[in-house]
Design a protein around this ligand. Structure first.
Ligand SMILES: *Cc1c(COP(=O)(O)O)cnc(C)c1O
Length: 364
């Protein structure tokens, strides 16, 4: 194992022997009597039989995602959504009551929540306004804090790009500067839940190239957003095999349910990926339509540039707007509790009909 991964992982994990399930310990064979499974699924609702435990990691699924992402299967861990990957990273690398994670608010809420439930400290290094008006990494402050040995050790740095809730990308040069300067002192977690919505020429789209340059990088992906499969609970951690090995010790023995594995694998077929990409086009059209309509309304103070399937909007009165929409049956999200985002709402881009209905309900 790379020395730095061994050094960063929670120390007791070095001697923890992972549970070896029946499915992992023996393969092949024609008569399987080693897992206390039933011989059939009584009254199954479909043709499929569910009496077998699923694989620990399904080869076809992981290979399909590896092919899609341009990495090798050894770099992939499939999990119950990328939310589980966030939790696994914290459970694997942060000593409770001792180590810390770094977040950059405003950002995705689960990093801090997962850290808190695990007793890891949360160090916030808020994004700062860049010249172009976007919020960007406070790179030098992040580096200084990460290398400060007098405070709780930062083991994980969570960066959301494209950002939820902002909708923009962090600057690639800032990301590279951070990775270069922090080196092997912490893992950098690049949450790419919305990467499919980004132009494929963008340097961060090629996360395989970034991973090849930076062994301390962990990329998080999901089938919940562009792939339209949030209900399946399927996400991926992509990282050096040494990091995947540590997470594999901590993840449950049968993480993904069989129906999830089969539908997720189906969703990663070449044909399904093409259909997914066509939907991206329609979502972008509806996003632009919504933005154009919002620009006409006086109560809209600012529309944050978005490369994603949502738009963040600064409004005169976020709370009453959200309430008004809810009373008409249209749910949008108030982001005002996020540091730095007072009077901001986040609107997801649904179908054309959804956006039509939203525009009817919004004040003129
Ligand atoms: C939605 C979202 C996730 C969680 O995705 P799941 O795979 O459904 O758990 C993670 N990160 C960000 C930034 C998200 O917006």
């Amino acid at each position: 194992m790379s020395a730095f991964v061994e050094r960063l992982q929670r120390q007791h994990l070095a001697t923890v022997k992972p549970y070896v399930s029946a499915r992992r310990s023996a393969s092949g064979g024609t008569v399987w009597l080693n897992a206390n499974e039933a011989p059939t699924t009584p009254a199954a609702s479909t043709q499929e039989q569910w009496f077998r435990y699923p694989d620990f990691q399904n080869t076809a699924l992981n290979q399909a995602y590896a092919d899609y992402a341009g990495v090798t299967r050894e770099q992939i861990l499939s999990c119950r959504g990328s939310d589980e990957a966030i939790e696994l990273l914290i459970r694997s690398f942060c000593e409770p009551g001792q180590d810390a994670v770094m977040i950059t608010t405003p950002t995705y809420g689960m990093y801090a929540i997962s850290a808190a439930t695990h007793g890891a400290q949360v160090v916030d290094c808020p994004l700062q306004a860049a010249e172009d008006g976007s919020l960007q990494l406070a790179t030098e402050a992040m580096i200084t804090r990460c290398l400060d040995r007098t405070q709780a050790k930062i083991k994980l740095i969570f960066i959301c790009s494209p950002s939820n809730p902002l909708g923009n990308m962090v600057k690639t040069r800032a990301l590279e500067r951070l990775l270069d300067a922090v080196g092997n002192e912490a893992l950098v977690i690049l949450d790419q839940a919305y990467i499919e919505f980004v132009d494929s020429n963008h340097p961060q789209f090629d996360s395989a190239a970034l991973l090849a340059r930076y062994p301390q990088l962990v990329v998080l992906r999901t089938l919940s957003k562009a792939f339209g499969r949030a209900g399946l609970r399927c996400g991926f951690a992509i990282a050096a095999p040494e990091i995947i090995a540590v997470l594999s010790k901590v993840i449950a023995p049968y993480p993904l349910p069989s129906p999830t594995i089969s539908e997720a694998t189906h969703g990663l077929s070449c044909e399904a990926i093409m259909v997914m990409q066509q939907q991206l086009q329609r979502i972008a059209e509806q996003r632009e339509r919504l933005i154009a309509a919002l620009q006409q309304r006086a109560w809209v103070k600012k529309i944050w540039p978005s490369t994603t399937n949502f738009v963040l909007v600064n409004v005169a009165d976020a709370q009453s707007l959200v309430q008004r929409c809810q009373q008409q049956g249209v749910l949008i999200r108030d982001q005002s509790s996020q540091p730095g985002l007072p009077q901001c709402i986040r609107i997801s881009i649904g179908s054309a009909d959804d956006i039509t209905r939203l525009l009817e309900v919004l004040p003129a």
